[in-house]
Write a protein that binds this ligand. Structure first.
Ligand SMILES: [Mg+2]
Ligand SMILES: [Zn+2]
Length: 270
């Protein structure tokens, strides 16, 4: 296993939209969502919206079908498959929810590339309604971080991953990705999406971020920047630049079984 963990946010980082907004908009519940938004925190509001959607006769199947249509750039899929094939440890830290993320990743054949999906729990109840609960149960106690929403401080998760001793690449776009970006140190990388809240926050005082910052703006650039970091990585034993795919390479065609020999060939001794 290459000695670097690549942590992805999900919304607007792996998919090119916000999955919560996508489902609500596609199922015609935008107006109600906007009415309720000023009155409730985001995470409980999503659970409430799933109740409303269910009451309107929409089934889990309808939510799944909508999720399958969420835009996911083929370059991002390529980058994920390629980093996985090289033996990198890929994880997700997201304020979406398990159901949304798993449905989308399964649809694109990417779910097996990730060793962890850290996000808000969700399940389908006996009535066929999707229930969404907070990752951190703020009704019991606060996570104590003032930068983050009450249901999730991503730093608490990234801190645990860092304690495993590997260097980190963190890719994100949102406000919630700022707190974990501040946690990273020398030798780590942050990849903020240009002109999105994480990038703005980093720009406001770059000296606060110790990790190397490499920005990107769209899927193709996200892939290129990530592969450049991988190319520079000293953590891939036996890595050669020619292993990088050409820019238009369709890594999606790589069969799952082909991963194993490549992974073994590149594994570094612990
Ligand atoms: Mg995001
Ligand atoms: Zn935080």
């Amino acid at each position: 296993m290459a000695g670097m963990v690549i942590i992805f946010d999900f919304d607007k980082t792996i998919i090119d939209c916000d999955s919560d907004n996508w489902v609500i908009d596609q199922l015609g519940a935008t107006q109600l969502f906007e009415t309720l938004l000023p009155t409730m925190p985001w995470n409980p509001l999503l659970d409430r919206m799933m109740a409303e959607i269910h009451a309107q006769g929409k089934k889990i199947y309808d939510i799944s079908e909508v999720l399958k249509k969420a835009p996911l750039d083929r370059h991002v899929a390529s980058a994920i498959r390629y980093a996985y094939a090289l033996g990198f440890d890929l994880r997700i830290v997201s304020d979406a929810n398990v159901f949304f993320i798993e449905e989308i990743l399964k649809h694109h054949g990417l779910i097996e590339c990730f060793t962890e999906i850290n996000t808000n729990p969700s399940y389908v109840d006996g009535d066929g309604r999707l229930r969404i609960s907070p990752f951190h149960d703020f009704t019991i106690s606060s996570h104590g971080c003032l930068l983050c929403p009450p249901n999730m401080c991503k730093s608490k998760i990234v801190e645990r991953i860092r304690s495993e001793g590997k260097k980190i690449v963190y890719i994100g776009d949102g406000k919630g990705d700022y707190c974990p970006s501040l946690l990273l140190g020398h030798g780590d990388f942050v990849m903020p999406r240009r002109n999105y809240p994480l990038w703005d926050l980093i720009q406001s005082d770059p000296s606060l971020v110790k990790a190397e910052v490499q920005e990107w703006s769209y899927g193709e650039e996200e892939e290129r920047v990530l592969l450049q970091i991988i190319r520079r990585s000293e953590y891939v034993d036996g890595y050669r630049p020619e292993m990088l795919p050409p820019a238009d390479c369709k890594m999606g065609l790589m069969p799952g079984k082909a991963h194993e020999p490549l992974q073994k060939a590149l594994r570094v001794p612990l």
